[in-house]
Design a protein around this ligand. Structure first.
Ligand code: SAM
Length: 281
């Protein structure tokens, strides 16, 4: 008798505990922060990049597990999470603390562990110099405000922007997503590579090289004795350099105040190197 009463009471307690637990879970789920597309942000509202474009942006930047991807203004964390799923280390910098919390909870659901991190911060006061890939969906004027900092990143750092340009810094590639069903007006990925800095005077064994750089392109002159030859087709892809002088084609790598490579001319190939003349970086 006592035992059956005890069992009945225990069962009742168990049922009550289960009801409370279910109710608690429902409150927790419904209490999860629900962002609204277009909600205010510090410098730009939140509109998510559609998943097709997130994938296209990371494809364009050729993200691999070797990369460290930083999303500037990371919203609900989708770009960071997608990069982490590709094996990259990824960080989102986001000003809205609720969005940071939501991103962290989205990471927990994905089970991708420590690869995806989020910090609450202002992109204009954050250090993103360690990134090998920067992703952003901001505004043209914000891209322009960040441009000097972006151009001073390590040569070869890849930058991808959803839709918005960096004015006269032409992208290397512009790609429109194949299926833009979920993308609204934002379906274009723009891709840049931070170029090495070569503007100025250089000493080549063949003479004095003077270069005028405009982002990833440059022109100039090679002064050899009394003769001056134009430098044409100057191109920088990160630290990879190429240019022509007459019918000679120079290719190589820039490393700070030196550069070196191969000169192809008249069917023969020789090594070349140059060092900065005068004021060094
Ligand atoms: C257009 S949404 C893009 C979100 C995400 N990158 C994506 O592509 O889905 C821009 C995000 O930047 C955030 N944001 C605005 N100003 C910011 C600032 N100064 N620092 C950090 N985040 C900012 C907004 O809260 C918003 O989540």
């Amino acid at each position: 008798m006592i035992l059956s009463r005890f069992v009945r009471q225990s069962l009742l307690m168990l049922c009550l505990a289960m009801v409370v637990a279910v109710a608690f879970t429902q409150v927790a789920v419904s209490a999860e922060y629900q962002p609204m597309v277009g909600q205010a942000g510090k410098d730009v509202v939140w509109v998510p990049t559609c998943q097709q474009l997130v994938d296209t942006m990371l494809d364009l930047a050729k993200v691999t597990p070797e990369d460290y991807v930083i999303d500037l203004g990371s919203g609900d964390g989708r770009t960071v999470i997608t990069a982490a799923k590709r094996g990259a280390r990824a960080l989102g910098i986001e000003y809205n603390p609720d969005m940071v919390a939501l991103s962290k909870s989205n990471v927990a659901k994905e089970g991708i562990g420590g690869k995806a991190q989020f910090v609450h911060g202002d992109i204009f006061e954050s250090d993103f110099t360690q990134a090998s890939v920067i992703t952003m969906f901001l505004l043209p004027e914000l891209n322009m405000k960040l441009r000097p900092q972006i151009l001073s990143l390590k040569p070869g750092t890849r930058i991808v922007s959803n839709t918005f340009t960096m004015e006269d810094w032409e992208p290397e590639q512009t790609v429109i997503v194949k299926d833009r069903t979920d993308c609204g007006d934002y379906y274009t990925a723009l891709f840049w590579i931070v170029p090495a800095k070569v503007e100025g005077a250089w000493k080549l064994p063949q003479g004095d090289l003077t270069l005028k750089q405009s982002f990833q392109t440059f022109s100039g002159t090679l002064k050899s004795g009394a003769k001056t030859f134009p430098v044409t087709n100057g191109k920088l892809t990160g630290d990879a350099i190429s240019f022509s002088v007459g019918n000679g084609r120079y290719t190589g790598r820039v490393s700070g105040n030196t550069m070196q490579g191969t000169l192809e001319s008249g069917g023969s190939s020789t090594k070349w190197s140059a060092a900065r003349a005068g004021k060094t970086l």
